[in-house]
Design a protein around this ligand. Structure first.
Ligand code: NDP
Ligand code: OXD
Length: 313
C-alpha cells in the first residue's frame, strides 16, 4: 500500500517535515515518480494532471489538499472513488482569521483612511458600530463557520445564504436562488466562501452586486471573496467599484491565478488583494489529516468530509 502525493507547484523544502511524518507511517510516491502504479491505494492531491488518478488501478480514495474539490472534479476521467475534502481545524481557523480581519478592515473604513494617509489628511470618518452593519455569508460551510462564531459574538447583524434551508444558525438563513434577492438587499458586507460548481460559476456579477443593500452605514456595499476566482466576474466588480455600486472589495481568489500584473485590481485603492492564501493548507496539518483519513478508511469507516459529485462540492 502506498500513498501518492500529487501536488502542482511541489515545494520540497516546504514539505520536508511533513514528508518525514508521512514516511514514518506509509510508503510514499511523489508525482511524477509513480513507481509501480498498482501499489498506490491513496492519493493526496492538489490540481493533479487530468488522467493521473485514472492511471492508478488500485486507487481507493483521493484526499484533496484543499477544502475545494473543483480541481479534482474537473477531471473527466476521475475514477469513481471517494473524494475526501480537506477539513482540518487548522484550515478553518486560518479562514476565520482572514474573514474577521477583512470584515474589521471594512467596518473601520481602512481603505478610506489609507487614502487619507497617502494625502496626509487628518479627518475622522463616520464610524458605525458592528451591530449596525449587516454581514451576509454566501456559503455557510466549514470555511465560514469560524468567522461566524466571532462576528456573532461581536454583535454584527448576520444573515446567510446556502443551497438548502438551515435552522441551526442564530440568524436568518436564506436558501436557493429564489431567496437570493432578499438576502442581498439586507447585506452591507458580502462574504463569499461558496465552492465553485456549475451552479455558482460567475455568480458574483454586476446583477448580484446591484442587489446589495443601499443606504447602509458604510459608504457603500463591500465584497469579500475567499471562495474561488471562478465565482467572480472581475470586469463587473471593477465597473461596480467605478460607479459606486460597490465601495470596496477584499479578493483572495481570481479568475486567473496568479493575478496577471496587468490587472487593474492590483492598483485599485479600495481593493485588497491577497494571493489565494486566505486559508493556507499547511503541509504538516494536511499530512496529519491525510493519515487520519487513511486510518479511518482502512478500518472500514467513512472519512471526515466527503465530496458529493452530483452537487459538485
Ligand atoms: P462546505 O461544503 O462546508 O460549504 C459550502 C457552502 O456553500 C454550504 O453552505 C453550501 O450550501 C453552500 N453552497 C454550495 N453550492 C451552493 C449554491 N449553488 N447555492 C447556495 N449555496 C451553495 O465547503 P467549505 O466551507 O469547506 O469550503 C467552501 C469553499 O471555500 C471551497 O470549496 C473552496 O472553494 C473555498 N476555499 C478557499 C480557500 C482560500 O484560501 N481562499 C481555502 C479553503 C477553501 P449547503 O449548506 O446547503 O450545502
Ligand atoms: C482550498 C484552497 O480549497 O486552499 O482549501 O483554496
Amino acid at each position: 500500500m502506498a500513498l501518492l502525493i500529487a501536488i502542482a507547484d511541489w515545494d520540497d523544502a516546504a514539505w520536508a517535515e511533513a514528508l518525514a511524518v508521512l514516511r514514518a507511517r506509509t510508503p510514499l510516491r511523489i508525482w511524477p515518480d509513480l513507481g509501480e502504479p498498482a501499489d498506490i491505494r491513496y492519493a493526496l492531491a492538489w490540481k493533479p494532471p487530468h488522467g493521473l488518478m485514472a492511471s492508478l488501478p488500485n486507487l481507493k480514495a483521493v484526499i484533496s489538499m484543499g477544502a475545494g474539490v473543483d480541481h479534482l472534479l474537473a477531471d473527466p476521467s476521475l475514477p469513481a472513488v471517494p473524494v475526501v475534502r480537506y477539513s482540518a481545524e487548522d484550515l478553518r481557523l486560518r479562514m476565520r482569521d482572514y474573514i474577521v480581519q477583512n470584515v474589521m478592515m471594512h467596518l473601520r473604513r481602512h481603505a478610506d483612511y489609507a487614502a487619507q494617509q497617502r494625502e496626509r489628511v487628518w479627518r475622522e470618518l463616520a464610524q458605525p458600530l458592528a451591530s449596525e452593519v449587516r454581514v451576509g455569508f454566501m456559503g455557510l460551510g466549514n470555511m465560514a463557520s469560524g468567522a461566524i462564531e466571532i462576528l456573532v459574538a461581536m454583535g454584527f447583524a448576520l444573515a446567510g445564504w446556502a443551497r438548502s434551508p438551515r435552522h441551526d444558525m442564530p440568524f436568518p438563513v436564506f436558501a436557493g436562488r429564489g431567496q437570493l434577492p432578499a438576502f442581498l438587499e439586507r447585506t452591507d458586507i458580502l462574504v463569499c466562501t461558496l465552492p465553485l460548481t456549475p451552479e455558482t460559476r460567475g455568480i458574483l456579477n454586476a446583477l448580484l452586486l446591484r442587489g446589495l443593500a443601499r443606504g447602509g452605514p458604510l459608504p457603500g456595499p463591500v465584497l469579500i471573496n475567499a471562495g474561488r476566482g471562478g465565482l467572480q466576474v472581475e470586469a463587473d466588480i471593477l465597473a461596480c467599484l467605478a460607479d459606486g455600486t460597490l465601495h470596496a472589495a477584499s479578493l483572495d481568489v481570481f479568475e486567473e491565478e496568479p493575478l496577471p500584473a496587468t490587472s487593474p485590481l492590483w492598483a485599485h485603492p479600495r481593493v485588497f488583494v491577497t494571493p489565494h492564501n486566505a486559508a493556507w493548507s499547511s503541509p504538516m496539518a494536511v499530512a496529519r489529516f491525510a493519515l487520519e483519513q487513511i486510518d479511518i478508511m482502512e478500518a472500514g469507516g467513512t472519512p471526515a468530509s466527503l465530496a458529493d459529485r452530483a452537487r459538485g462540492y
